[in-house]
Design a binder for this molecule. Sequence first.
Ligand SMILES: Cc1cc2nc3c(=O)[nH]c(=O)nc-3n(C[C@H](O)[C@H](O)[C@H](O)COP(=O)(O)OP(=O)(O)OC[C@H]3O[C@@H](n4cnc5c(N)ncnc54)[C@H](O)[C@@H]3O)c2cc1C
Length: 483
Amino acid sequence: MQHDILIIGSGFGGQCAAINLLKRGITDFRLLERRDFMGGTWCQNSYPGAAVDVQSPLYSISFEPYQWSQMFVEQAELEEYTNFVIDKYTLRERTVTNCNVEQVRWDEGDRRWVLSTSQGELRARIVINASGPLSTPVIPNFPGRDSFRGVTFHTNAWNHDVSLKGKRVAIIGSGASAAQAIPAIAPECGHLHVFQRTPHWVMPRPDRRFSKVERALLGIKPLHKALRTAIYWELETRVVGFKYSPWALQQFAQKAALRHIEKQIAAPALRAKVTPDYTIGCKRIILSNTLYPALCRDNVSLHTKGSGIAEITPTGIRTTDGQDIELDVIIYSTGYDATDGVISYPVLGKGGRALKDFWAEYPRAYLGTTMPGFPNFFVVTGPNTGIGHTSAIFVIEAQMNYIMKSLDALKQRDKALLEVTPAAEADYTGMIHREMEQTVWKSGGCNSWYQSKSGHVIAMFPGFSFTYRQLANRFKPEHHVFS
Ligand SMILES: Cc1cc2nc3c(=O)[nH]c(=O)nc-3n(C[C@H](O)[C@H](O)[C@H](O)COP(=O)(O)OP(=O)(O)OC[C@H]3O[C@@H](n4cnc5c(N)ncnc54)[C@H](O)[C@@H]3O)c2cc1C
């Protein structure tokens, strides 16, 4: 199989790339998906309680509004929306599922990329990587991890065949997925042990169901757009705190989060356990009205640093303070290979240079998308394109402007290849990390998956999302070499 363009991944990133190509009349492409189903995040993460944490009218493709049932919809509705988009744009017939990309290598003689996949070798002039920033789950190598005789799974691959009713369950991790799963499963577990390494700041979730009339109104495109725009600007104001005013973050957001703890938790010991010691926003803020009440339940125990995991035993977990906790099920909510492993397969560029070597110090890319020495290779949701305060889809759509304008520029010049210059990439990355210095992600006093092992914050864009979009919109030919 040979196509001019191959897109790796079929989540919103892959879908937006494919739709943008179709809108330009380009049909010589395929999406490659390692799973046996399409759709990415919301078709994969079906854990109880899974829901979006950005208001749905904004967490959607800008030109594909939907009649959402509530402000923050649950996973099933996002799966439905994802499939609606896939079908509307006939993407299913343009996708090869069960096709795991294992390596991507530049062939200098052929001036094409060679993709080694679980379905054999494929070639393409242009590769759009949309393999997802949070799609490869990670389970830390706890001592004795494989000795446990009960059931284990990751929240990313929830085992719905296992009933938790009356069982002794542990959930390891307390991030965004755990915060949603804990309240959903606590009532049915016999006992639920929550292992928290670092607490997150939690804010109330301003959710509400839309009435029939409101849903009908959401079906009118300009009204959907008006609501989306209002939400967008409200969320954008948070950047002022994240970047320019830790004082405002502490005075307003952090105080509101402290009031949330006081309102929902009576016991001083539990309050202390869930109160972070870093500035709010340094790690992703969790929105939940149900997490703290779940932690207050009699059948839930919260284990923190003092009684963390020493080892996993055949029958459960031995804690650092010497307790032996007997368990039937261990659920890992331990996150993703998100920072130093931005791409889920090795990439070898010009001269056989590995992307991991170019990224040896930390992942970096011009507009978070292109790297010198890797012609016609575009990374969706690449380094420093993450956004803590608004919809990831907004950024994905902004990246599409840059990618599509790059393809237009090639066509206009009747050239086959485009490559960002080393100087342009270095200038851009320099600007990103200078701007990052003043952000709460750099100075807020926490360790998070936003940072690479080198200490550089490589997940987040240090500014307003509209600034990123402006940069991505203005294609600069002088920053590229065409051949
Ligand atoms: C549980 C969860 C909740 C989230 N909630 C929010 C939220 O509320 N708001 C927000 O803005 N963002 C949220 N995100 C972030 C989310 O990743 C983005 O919003 C968005 O879905 C990313 O889309 P994507 O297409 O880039 O990645 P994904 O949706 O992850 O899709 C990537 C696809 O690539 C495939 N793939 C990966 N590697 C290969 C390979 N080697 N070969 C072939 N196929 C491959 C994967 O199987 C997957 O289908 C959440 C993420 C998770 C995991």
